[in-house]
Design a binder for this molecule. Structure first.
Ligand code: FAD
Length: 471
């Protein structure tokens, strides 16, 4: 007979959505448990996503900078080499510290952590299959939050072995620098991984089916991004329909069709990365058996209060609608608990920033030009290049620009798109502006410190209604 544990709130999945929801629920006074089967908290993001990728991105950038730019900065260094073992170890240390940190936060907030796979027995009971042997448990709860996340989408006909043909998970853990890396998919994950390995010396070719990279970027920004990445050595083949990807010994043979020309090209790689997006993950959850609605893209269907057809079962994060981003999942985690507690909660889906952590970074929030044109909204553009920003100049880091889109009549900020050093940090100011309904004049009248990169932000805002001073 399985032991039964009772809780007010049970969260299935310990990723950014789930762990944040669990902590928040405990803080609100609920007896809360979180079920996670990975063996570590933090989900995709901390274990095989945001965090490890940023470690590799940061350190590969440092390496590349020292190797190629130190001299020009008056720093003479000799014998700069990459030690791939230690490079990966630095990543693992960051991951370990952060996932361990969540476990501490659970203890501090009194969240019970069940290490195991959760599956629905019925709408109030979840079975926990412990990962470390041990006893099977039944967990009973008044409220259940499902946050089981996502997994890499497969590419039909291409078999992943996480060694030569890899998903992002394998691409984060390569033990050798591939001489030739081919990446299917020019989205953020594909481009971040391309940047890492290219900086370490791989010849990287990105095959993208669409006629632009950076799915979701403002058109002008996507073009400029492709340009700076090309300058950094990445090769792009847009309009490329991959038709084959097979491993033959230590080589991967790839075939793609140029959709415009109709020609077929064969290329070889040491590693092929399949980065064609992610899909909701509900394997073993028992969602079908329980009768939860699942849409044609595999997402658990919810209403505007995150509720499934069982009002006490809510769903957040990658496994349901919306952009697959950690901070979006976190916001939903908080809002879902607020619904449980107060009957209301809120996520502003029009104000979720996106960041690509290339160098320079690419970040945006709000609407892009395509979307505004489609919606028939009249807007003005304000732009300021980092080449004209004093701090960027002193840093010898001048690639990119800040671009504001503001309502033509009211100057209300509608969207901000940045390519530039630290764009991912700078975009937070745009988020604040959007949230408070600021106009570009509001921003242009805020005193920004000199010399900082954020002066480019202020000047770009100014550019939507007046003349920029420094450019
Ligand atoms: P997940 O993080 O996927 O967590 C779900 C958890 O639930 C998993 O740990 C899983 O083991 C567990 N689980 C599933 N089923 C069960 C079950 N039945 N029982 C128990 N446990 C279960 N986002 C950003 O915002 N910024 C970035 O820089 C960024 N970089 C990324 C880089 C890469 C390479 C990848 C792959 C993703 C990146 N993402 C990034 C996306 C981000 O990781 C996800 O959006 C985020 O992790 C979603 O959080 P989640 O809580 O919904 O799900």
């Amino acid at each position: 007979e399985a032991v039964t544990k009772k809780h007010d709130v049970v969260v299935i999945g310990g990723g950014p959505g789930g762990y944040v929801a669990a902590i928040k629920a405990a803080q609100e006074g609920y007896n809360t448990a979180c079920i996670e089967k990975r063996g570590a908290l933090g989900g995709t993001c901390l274990n095989v996503g945001c965090i490890p990728s940023k470690s590799l991105l940061n350190n590969s950038h440092l390496f590349h900078t020292i190797q190629h730019e130190a001299k020009g900065r008056g720093i003479d260094v000799a014998g700069v080499e990459i030690n791939i073992g230690n490079f990966q170890k630095a990543k693992e240390t960051a991951v370990k510290q952060l996932t361990g940190g969540i476990e501490m936060l659970f203890k501090k907030n009194g969240v019970t952590y069940y290490k195991g796979a959760g599956s629905f027995i019925d709408e109030h009971q979840v079975k926990v299959d412990p990962i470390e042997g041990g006893e099977e448990l039944t967990v009973q709860a008044d409220n259940i939050i499902v946050a089981t996340g996502s997994e890499p989408s497969p590419f039909p006909g291409i078999e992943v072995d996480e060694e030569r043909i890899v998903t992002s998970t394998g691409a984060l853990a390569l033990k050798e620098i591939p001489k030739r890396l081919v990446v299917i998919g020019g989205g953020i994950i594909g481009l971040e991984m391309s940047s890492v390995w290219s900086r370490l010396g791989s010849e990287v070719t990105v095959l993208e089916f669409q006629d632009a990279i950076g799915a979701g970027m403002d058109g002008e920004v996507a073009k400029a991004t492709q340009k700076f990445l090309t300058k950094q050595g990445l090769k792009f083949q847009l309009g490329a329909k991959v038709t084959k990807g097979v491993r033959e010994g230590d080589v991967v043979k790839i075939e793609y069709e140029d959709v415009k020309k109709g020609t077929t090209t064969e290329i070889e790689a040491d590693v092929l990365l399949v980065a064609v997006g992610r899909r909701p993950y509900i394997e073993g959850l028992g969602a079908e058996k329980l009768g939860l609605d699942i849409d044609n893209r595999g997402r658990l269907v919810i209403d505007s209060e995150f509720k499934t057809k069982f009002p006490h079962i809510r769903v957040i994060g990658d496994v349901t609608f919306g952009v697959m981003l950690a901070h979006k999942a976190e916001e939903e985690g908080i809002a879902a608990v607020e619904y449980i507690k107060n009957g209301h909660g809120h996520v502003n889906y029009g104000n979720i920033p996106s960041v690509m952590y290339s160098h320079p970074e690419v970040a945006w929030v709000g609407q892009n030009e395509q979307q505004l044109k489609e919606a028939g909204i009249k807007f003005k553009v304000g732009k300021f290049p980092f080449i004209a920003n004093s701090r960027a100049k002193t840093n010898q880091d001048t690639e990119g620009f800040v671009k504001f889109l503001a309502d033509a009549e009211t100057q209300r900020v509608l969207g901000v798109h940045i390519i530039g050093p630290n764009a991912g940090e700078m975009i937070a100011e745009a988020g604040l502006a959007l949230e408070y309904g600021a106009s570009t004049e509001d921003i242009a009248r805020v005193c920004h410190a000199h010399p900082t990169l954020s002066e480019a932000f202020k000047e770009a805002a100014l550019g939507t209604f007046g003349k920029t001073i420094n450019f």
